[in-house]
Design a protein. Sequence first.
Lengths: 230, 82
Amino acid sequence: MNNLGLILVEAISAALAFTLARFMLRPYEYTGESRYIGLPLGFFSLGVSYVFMGVALSFSDPLIIERMKWLQLFTGSYAFAFLATTYYFSSKPPKRNTILFLQTLLSILVLGMVISSLIVFVPPAFALPSYKTVDEYFRLLNTILALYITLYTLRYHALKPDPKTILAPLGYALLAFSQYSFLIWSLDSSFSAFIGAHIIRLASLLVFLLVSYRAFITPQTAIHENSDPE
Amino acid sequence: MKIYRDMLLSIRDESRKGKIVLTRIQQKVNVPFDRLKIYLSELHELGLIQDGSSPKLTEKGRQYITEYEKVIDFMKRMGLTY
């Protein structure tokens, strides 16, 4: 797969992620609860990370490539952090302390994302570790966070089995597997892991798009139950 | 927002039975009566219900409920607790 093919894959992934971010904003829009803001932030950050990688693939200047890859790394990991935060707080009762803790955590994540992005352009006095090393650790972190969300949504499904709720754990599992494949590629330079990671990532985004389509676009009978399976 | 939605759903359910009785809505939503009147006034200002002693949903109110239920369904599909 040459660069043009990879750029196209990143562009499609970004388009899907941004489209999903728009759908993911609806829970926050309609409930007004800040615990759901991490969902659109997460998918938006994912889209931004794919854009950065696409830009890195488009240029030949080593400095631009390096900066874009670092930005892709940071935004990608923060995306998973936002998503994991959303699911973690989703099941917590909206008490004052919980909301305060959530807002503090979200603020720290946003601030961290801004600061780490600035570090890319204004290198600190200390030497940064190699991109490859950091990439491996971040991929591992992303995998763990995505697995956490997968288990959370799988448990949600298991508590009250419903065909509607099986796709979300599938989507997050594919996202976790994609990150794992990227990690394998980083460690092993395995070409099949590299290709597989991109394909699986696209598949996961399409799964979420299907979930959104079925919820918002497909005509359905009136829904009255909103009971918490827990 | 949840209170608004619960009130709109109650008004819809009550309107299907015939005359809308405010005390029945109050019982379902579980708020003091004076608070209920304030919420009804706010819903009217938002254009979601018609004014009057027996509130009815406007078209905008019906659309709001439909969209809200889609959002709840989406959250359920995404494994989010609400």
